[in-house]
Write a protein that binds this ligand. Structure first.
Ligand code: SF4
Length: 447
């Protein structure tokens, strides 16, 4: 055991499988001073809305908030790329004293005139919540003047966690849903939710569904388009990936338009196949969809299996630590790593709920450490104690892995390689293998 201590107030958010009783405190605000890995409410909103590529994204606040740009989370677009530009009202001390509404109006009108977006999202940041600018009325005014939806996103960073930002973003998207024409949509149609197209995954998944005879109306959060979102209420099923980001919108669409939703994951062979089977099962009156899904899965697995087998021989028995945003991704990662013969010794998430952690507990082996809303010190402690060979996380976890002298696999914002779908599983296995077997780790100190 290391001598790295844990803050007393954090102890109830850490559980080691096998110890009793199982009790995880979660879904609470981060402990002040613990240096949480979590992002703020505004960041959560941007994560969800950013991939709407033909919309204007204006951050109402100081320039520092706008540092969270496309470069940090590069959702790909097959067409317009307005989402790659980061705009800010750049609030200064004078604006904080006298208010920033005039500045917001001027910025919005100038940008809409120049870029002619299909819609605009206006993000409120911490200081806007403090000074009380009436963002809603400015958005209404500008929306009327230009005849496009100008949507306020109440994402003041201090008002909760990243998960509250997801909800706020869903509220903004809900204002677009139901405002477009649906007459030409077919009876076998879905919306894909919670897939962010970071490495082109949304295109791969859409192609799988096309091959089995299912139309995709809108991908919403990956290569998103305002017009598609507007008519997304014409789809027959919402297919939601990721535990938290889009469930709120799916629930709202169920209540308002009667569209049911299912939860899926596109990561790993098992879950990807299940995502196709679950959709096929929903449209079971057309049995040919299930037949096509089975053919597709068989052919894709046969294609990648020989290569996966070779990789498995090299990584089998290695130990992995996982720390991700939503716990749903951790479930898929555990299954995928098991497929490669690896053991998960640490599993944690920023936004998991009690049910998520119960599932994690049931999936993990005895001794696995499960963490909610962890900080760098805790992650470092358990990486050392559990002798992990690999850390899988996002941009903020990369330096922790390298400081600990172990391999790292980015499963979040910065990567450019698709990790979803069957091809993605092969990419993931390659990446895991390359980083674990790198000769550089023999020179790191604690190993
Ligand atoms: S916490 Fe507040 S000030 Fe910091 S990035 Fe988020 S919105 Fe901006």
């Amino acid at each position: 055991m290391t001598s790295i201590p844990i803050l007393k107030e954090r102890e109830e958010q850490i559980y080691q499988k096998g110890s009793e009783p199982f009790k995880m405190k979660c879904e609470k605000h981060s402990l002040a001073g613990s240096v949480s890995q979590r992002a703020c409410v505004f960041c959560g909103s941007r994560v969800v809305l950013y991939p709407v590529a033909d919309a204007l994204h204006l951050i109402h606040g100081p320039i520092g908030c706008a540092a969270y740009t496309w470069d940090i989370r590069g959702a790909l677009s097959s067409g317009p790329e307005l989402h790659r530009l980061s705009f800010s009202t750049d609030l200064q001390e004078k604006d904080v004293i006298f208010g920033g509404e005039k500045k917001l109006y001027a910025a919005l009108t100038e940008l809409i005139e120049q870029y002619e977006p299909k819609a605009a999202f206006v993000y409120s940041t911490c200081i806007v919540g403090i000074i009380g600018d009436d963002v809603d009325s400015i958005c209404r005014k500008v929306g009327k003047e230009f005849g496009i939806p100008v949507l306020p996103v109440h994402s003041e960073g201090f008002k909760g966690t990243k998960k509250d930002g997801y909800k706020t973003a869903c509220d903004a998207l809900a204002q677009l849903v139901g405002t477009g024409q649906t007459a030409d949509l077919g009876p076998i149609s879905i919306n894909i939710m919670g897939e962010f197209n970071i490495g082109g995954e949304a295109w791969m998944i859409k192609e799988y569904y096309r091959q089995i005879g299912v139309d995709v109306v809108s991908i919403m959060t990956g290569d998103g388009r305002v017009d598609d979102i507007k008519r997304s209420h014409g789809a027959k099923l919402n297919v939601v990936q990721c535990s938290g980001s889009m469930t709120h919108l799916a629930e709202m669409m169920k209540e308002k338009y009667g569209i049911p939703f299912i939860r899926v994951s596109y990561f790993g062979i098992e879950d990807m196949a299940q995502a196709l089977y679950d959709v096929a099962d929903y449209f079971k009156e057309q049995p040919e969809i299930m037949e096509k899904a089975q053919i597709l899965v068989r052919s894709e697995v046969n294609r990648i299996y020989p290569e996966l087998k070779k990789i498995k021989a090299q990584v089998c028995g290695k130990r992995a630590a996982i720390y991700v945003g939503g716990a749903f991704k951790a479930f898929s990662l555990i299954k995928a790593l098991r497929y490669l013969g690896m053991e998960v010794v640490l599993a944690g998430s920023q936004t998991g709920n009690e049910k998520d952690y119960e599932i994690l507990r049931d999936m993990c082996n005895d001794g696995t450490v499960i963490l909610d809303d962890a900080n760098p010190l805790e992650l470092s402690k358990y990486i050392i104690e559990k002798n992990a060979d690999l850390f899988i996380g996002g941009v903020k976890e990369r330096p922790i892995a390298y400081k600990m002298g172990i391999g790292f696999c980015d499963h979040n914002h910065e990567r450019k390689t698709p990790l979803a779908g069957f091809e993605g599983m092969l990419n993931f296995a390659h990446e895991v293998c390359q980083t674990i077997t790198s000769p550089v780790w023999q020179f790191t100190s604690h190993r």
